[in-house]
Design a protein around this ligand. Structure first.
Ligand code: SAM
Length: 349
């Protein structure tokens, strides 16, 4: 018997949220679970996650859904924006360029990059709910002429935009969701003009990660289940994939290796002593023991009252699993959310 998916008025799909966590062997996360199914059905798995997680990200983080480095004394929102500006500067974006943001979330980075570099940004995302919010925030910011959004799968970019159509492309903590890095990087290379730049902050397990160790496997699966990632892979595979699709790597660096006194994972750790402003205290508090308990019961009540879709509470539970694994992965240098690569598409002969 076929079932018709229940699409909510805001674009979210109820079943996707409710079924999301069943894609992993939740009782034993050192096991791979149905990894082939997750990779094959990546679009449904990822949309199920973001349909449940997006409001929680906005509540507990910001309009930019990524990590960043911190200077001592720097406010959380400033540090997030600096991370975006840094990528734009490393890519040498110039006024008037047409730039693609791959996996654009609700458009936080796109709005920052458009303002900072004076470029036209097109954000692509496969999640209808996020795109509705992205359009609304962009209009509120008065940036509709500079930032636009398209609903598409980043595994089919050339079908959507045609080849050689962007001066530059960037992706911030998004392409880790791809079923294969070769597939998404290959599509990015196609839509980029010859000589154009691709800049990426990639999520990866570091070269210290050893998948033959059950505890390392478990760490990766905990990150996956709480972040909507079908399969975590090692950093060297990202490098190999970039080269295999034809990019020349001009700069690569794991920014998590910089000797920062305030680590990138401090907000997730709930480390109130590193918070710099009153607003940061609120954000970081949400990740403390008491903040998590408050969210846990608050979200449970919101779901019972029908204020959030069914399954949202469960997605929130998986996010707690990831938060702990991300901090552990960061401390043990087994995981990075900021493998920076600046690549170039070679000039046509
Ligand atoms: C962690 S969020 C990062 C969002 C944004 N780059 C930011 O930093 O705010 C990952 C994003 O990738 C998008 N995404 C995942 N898989 C995708 C796909 N196959 N096609 C297009 N977008 C995708 C998600 O919907 C989500 O918006």
């Amino acid at each position: 018997m076929s079932t018709i998916a229940q699409i909510l008025p805001d674009g979210r799909i109820g079943e996707g949220i409710q079924n999301y966590s069943s894609n992993w062997d939740r009782k034993n996360l050192s096991k791979d679970g149905n990894v082939d199914g997750r990779v094959e059905n990546y679009a449904d798995v990822i949309n199920g996650y973001y349909d449940g997680a997006t409001e929680l990200y906005e509540y507990g983080w910001a309009q930019s859904f990524h990590f960043c480095r911190f200077y001592k004394g720097e406010a959380f929102a400033t540090a997030l924006a600096r991370h975006e500006h840094y990528l734009a500067a490393q890519m040498s974006l110039r006024p008037g360029m047409r730039v693609l943001d791959v996996g654009c979330g609700i458009g936080g980075p796109a709005r920052q990059v458009a303002r900072f570099a004076d470029v036209q940004v097109v954000g692509v995302n496969n999640n209808a709910f996020q795109l509705g919010r992205a359009a609304r925030y962009t209009q509120e910011a008065g940036l509709e002429k500079n930032v636009s959004f398209v609903k598409a799968d980043f595994m089919k970019l050339s079908e959507q935009f045609g080849e050689n159509s962007f001066d530059a492309v960037y992706a911030i903590e998004a392409t880790v969701h791809a079923p294969t890095w070769e597939g998404v990087y290959g599509e990015i290379c196609k839509v980029l003009k010859a000589g154009g730049t691709f800049g990426v902050y990639e999520w990866a397990m570091t070269d210290a990660w050893d998948p033959s160790l059950p505890s390392h496997k478990e760490l990766a699966h905990k990150i996956e289940i709480g972040s909507g990632i079908p399969e975590m892979r090692p950093l060297r595979k990202a490098r190999e994939a970039l080269l295999s699709v034809g990019f020349t790597i001009e700069h690569e660096e794991d920014l998590a290796e910089r000797p920062d006194t305030v680590p990138w994972y401090y907000p997730l750790e709930g480390n109130l002593s590193d918070a710099q402003t009153v607003w940061d205290l609120v954000t970081v508090w949400r990740n403390t023991w008491s903040g998590r308990i408050t969210t846990h019961y608050g979200l449970w009540a919101a779901e019972k009252l029908g204020l959030v879709p069914k399954g949202t509470w469960d997605v929130g539970e998986t996010m707690k699993i990831a938060a702990e694994a991300l901090v552990e992965g960061g401390k043990r240098k087994l995981f990075t959310p900021m493998y920076l690569v600046i690549c170039r598409k070679p000039q046509a002969n």
